[in-house]
Design a protein around this ligand. Structure first.
Ligand SMILES: C[S@@+](CC[C@H](N)C(=O)[O-])C[C@H]1O[C@@H](n2cnc3c(N)ncnc32)[C@H](O)[C@@H]1O
Length: 260
């Protein structure tokens, strides 16, 4: 799969793409990431890519023409690579006005040929360019960042960790939050009992079931913690799991016990 990024700041990506487990996916080009620095597509001496908004007001707007030239170059490169199999590429624009990024979207993208990612800056891109090309608008959440580069990194990271062979333990992402519709359970490691921490008078033991070696009981305990956390923090996810038939009779009985 291949992601082509149109951005004013390609240098923001290198530090993140070269560390951690996801590095393998990027270095091996399992997830091929190509950058298209927008200023390279400006045609005046000042390499101008933005101008004042019509109608007045604060900020600057990203100009259509450099964006059109950059995207045309991306389209040619993607077509030559054959990655989209003759279909038009998905063109994703990061914007606070878009669909909130979630694991369902990440999963969908992780199974596809990749996409073109448009990273806005300033007040954003001229709407005429967006109207002509964008197939999906994606938001990182209900807040405003200074650019689309962080959302692009978030998407690349989330997609890369779903690629086969990227995580050390292939089952690891299957236990993550949202993969089965619920939030993840809590995790514990050594020591078995924590003592002597500043401000901590009582010892803090690991939940005993996790030391029992009883796999079925451990799995049940984790499932219940997961159900409980989801019920408390994101009750709408419980409803969605129920509607999707993902809750067993045991799950329902446990949820009922929480209400009583
Ligand atoms: C300062 S923002 C522009 C915000 C825009 N005027 C608005 O209020 O919707 C500059 C760029 O950052 C990116 N951006 C900011 N917040 C974002 C978010 N929550 N999700 C995705 N992209 C975001 C977008 O690409 C946007 O064009």
């Amino acid at each position: 799969m291949r992601f082509d990024l149109i951005t004013l700041f390609p240098e923001l990506f290198a530090p993140h793409l070269s560390v951690g487990v996801t590095r393998r996916a990027f270095e091996s080009r399992q997830v091929d990431v190509q950058f298209w620095p927008l200023r390279d597509y400006a045609e005046d001496n000042y390499r101008r890519v933005d101008d004042r908004p019509y109608g007045g007001g604060p900020g600057m707007v990203m100009l259509v023409e450099p964006l059109e030239r950059a995207l045309a170059a991306v389209r040619v490169a993607r077509e030559a690579s054959g990655v989209d199999g003759g279909a038009p590429p998905q063109i994703i624009h990061f914007s606070p006005t878009g669909r909130t990024m979630d694991q369902a979207l990440v999963r969908e993208l992780a199974q596809g040929p990749g996409a073109v990612l448009l990273c806005g800056r300033y007040e954003g891109m001229d709407q005429r360019f967006l109207d002509r090309h964008v197939t999906l608008e994606v938001s990182l959440g209900d807040f405003v960042l200074s650019g689309g580069e962080l959302p692009a990194l978030a998407l690349l990271d989330a997609v890369a960790r779903l690629q086969p062979g990227v995580l050390n333990d292939a089952a690891s992402h299957e236990q993550d939050s949202f993969s089965d519709g619920l939030l993840d359970c809590p995790h514990y490691s050594r020591p078995e009992v924590l003592q002597g921490l500043p401000g901590q008078t009582e010892p803090l033991p690991v939940p005993p079931v996790l030391l029992s070696g009883h796999h079925a009981q451990i799995a049940r305990w984790r499932r219940e913690r997961s159900l409980e956390l989801t019920w408390r923090r994101r009750p709408e996810l419980i409803e969605a799991a129920r509607a999707a038939g993902q809750l067993s009779k045991k799950d329902e009985a446990f949820l009922k016990s929480l209400i009583e």
